[in-house]
Write a protein that binds this ligand. Structure first.
Ligand code: DGL
Length: 290
């Protein structure tokens, strides 16, 4: 191959790589708690949020359905130009991330990346727990996947992990009942059930991105001194580190500090509650899945 051909090919390759926003996906509103922290820590980037509110909650759905819905969302965010997608949903991270990374990405586009929220949460557990006894609160899907148990055992084999599925917490949040008195019963119920499994637990992992909205109540009903880990800041710090280690990905991100929102539900329904999560006014567009 002569020099001019090589140059021409390199130029064609470079022009094929266009810049795009960071995609942030959740089944509904929960991922907004992650987006909020991403924007605080990495304000220079553009973000495209997608909430599959019309099909939320995912937590009680089967592996096949969660995987199919998550893959559809990832494809949608790729089609809209995102070189990198964060699954800001534990259920999707637990049930779909590995399959998408290993089986789908190589054929869709091996230069793009999909990252989850479980690993960044587990990585810091040795710095926060003194007893090494961890309690994970999550959706039935996340708990059944055992993803937290598997990840913790990989990094910290001596830690003890107990899990508690909280099937009603996401519906409580999605229906704006998170600060209502009615929520108290179910918050206390699942915390008591978790502590009954292992009274030595000193750290709760809020293993669902909806749960920060219930954090005040969780704090109220948790035994004194329990450390409560929310994921937003952990995921943001982990992404910052990832982009530092992957300048080729960082160079593909738009840096205008803008954010756009997509929902599979009616935007009129999405926007008011989304604003409560983001602490800013939200104006979303409809994104329909076939
Ligand atoms: N925010 C999702 C998670 O982190 C909620 C899952 C659901 O839709 O049930 O697991």
């Amino acid at each position: 191959m002569n020099e001019s051909n090589e140059y021409g090919m390199a130029e064609a390759k470079a022009s094929a790589i266009s810049l795009g926003p960071i995609g942030v996906f959740d089944s509904g509103y929960g991922g907004l708690t992650i987006l909020r922290e991403l924007r605080k820590t990495l304000p220079e980037y553009d973000y495209l949020y997608l909430g599959d509110n019309a099909r939320a909650p995912y937590g009680s759905r089967s592996f096949e359905v969660i995987y199919r819905y998550t893959l559809e969302a990832v494809r949608e965010l790729f089609a809209r130009g995102c070189p990198l997608v964060i699954l800001a949903c534990n259920t999707a991270s637990a049930k779909a991330l590995r399959s998408i990374q290993q089986n789908d990405l190589p054929s869709i586009d091996p230069t793009r990346r999909v990252l989850g929220v479980i690993r960044p949460t587990v990585e810091i557990l040795d710095k926060v727990s003194k007893t090494g006894h961890i309690g994970v609160l999550g959706t039935p899907g996340t708990v059944a996947s055992e993803s937290y148990v598997i990840e913790v055992k990989k990094l910290f084999p001596d830690m003890e992990v107990s899990q508690q599925a909280c099937p009603l917490w996401v519906p409580i949040v999605e229906n704006s009942e998170y600060d209502g008195d009615g929520a108290d019963y179910f918050v206390k119920k699942y915390i008591d059930a978790l502590m009954a499994k292992d009274p030595r637990i000193d750290t709760f992992v809020l293993g669902c991105t909806h749960y920060p909205l219930l954090a005040d109540k969780i704090r109220r009903f948790a035994p004194q001194g329990i450390r409560i880990l929310e994921q937003g800041q952990l995921v943001a710090e982990s992404l910052k580190d990832y982009l530092r280690r992957h300048p080729e990905m960082e160079a593909r991100l738009v840096r205008n500090g803008r954010v756009e929102f997509l929902t599979s539900e009616n935007p009129d329904k999405f926007d008011p509650l989304a604003s409560l999560f983001t602490h800013h006014s939200v104006k979303s567009s409809r994104c329909a899945f076939d």
